[in-house]
Design a protein around this ligand. Sequence first.
Ligand SMILES: [Zn+2]
Length: 322
Amino acid sequence: MYERQVSQVHRISRRDFVKATIAGSIGAAVLPDMTKGQDTKQTETRYIAAYDTELPACLAACRKIVEVHKRFEMPATFFILGKTLDANPAEYRKLLDDPLFEIASHTYTHQMLRDNDFCGSAVSMDERRKEIFKGKEAVERVFERPCIGLRPGCGFDNALRGEPEVLELIKEAGFQYVSSLLWGPDYSLPALLREPFNYDAEGFPDIWELPGHGWHENLLKDHNRWGPRRLTLWPPPFPEAIPHGFCKTPKDEFDVNKVFLDKAIDTDKPFVSLIWHPWSLAKFDPDMKMLELTFTHVRGLRLKACTYAELHKYVCDSGELL
Ligand SMILES: [Zn+2]
């Protein structure tokens, strides 16, 4: 429902834009203006750099990542595990306390909030409550600002659909969005370019799902040492996004990223965000060349860079307008 409404808004605003461009171009250089109009049209798609920050090695990696973000003036959302944050609170505060960055939760210790085919079974409801509440408390205590978003460890292939008890805890904790749809159908990869939706069907219309897209980049490099696994679907819904083998260079990884960025624009998606982990990025690419390549491409495409919190505001505002 929401997806259809947003694309209608885009269509209307684009038509108006083209009309305005034509009207404003009378007597001027029409062709260059129309070219500009094409470019402007593409910027309706947002780009979010996001990091699942979850291991001791993430701190040193985040120092390098933050340097690239400041150089590119690129916003980001850091989903941080409470336990990881509590191990180095002052360092993380100093590093990430910047208006460019949103700090959100990645639960407290990465326990499963629902069953995941690859990562294991859900823990008890008491444990799930702790994961949700303590994770949020850690972010708010360390950064002294509200934490409105939650990305559950590993994510799921059906988001939190059909999990009203978990959604109740998330609501009670005061989260406004979750980013839990991080797999394709039947726990395949990549996660498809799914659009935001709310949990109205479960009785929580005020909680939004803002998915993640693409590969869990650690798996593209075999950093979990899983080796070959049954990860892709047949027939593949997005064959061009499946590389022939593990990534060997930052350019290989960028080439995979590029497929998602380009496709998000081509198919008029409201946003695109890849699933990245600081520890894995630094292990593979200590100079963060992939980030430079990706951010340069994002700027070239004129994607609107933002955080998940800003996307959340956008989807709420769009809902109110309709
Ligand atoms: Zn994680």
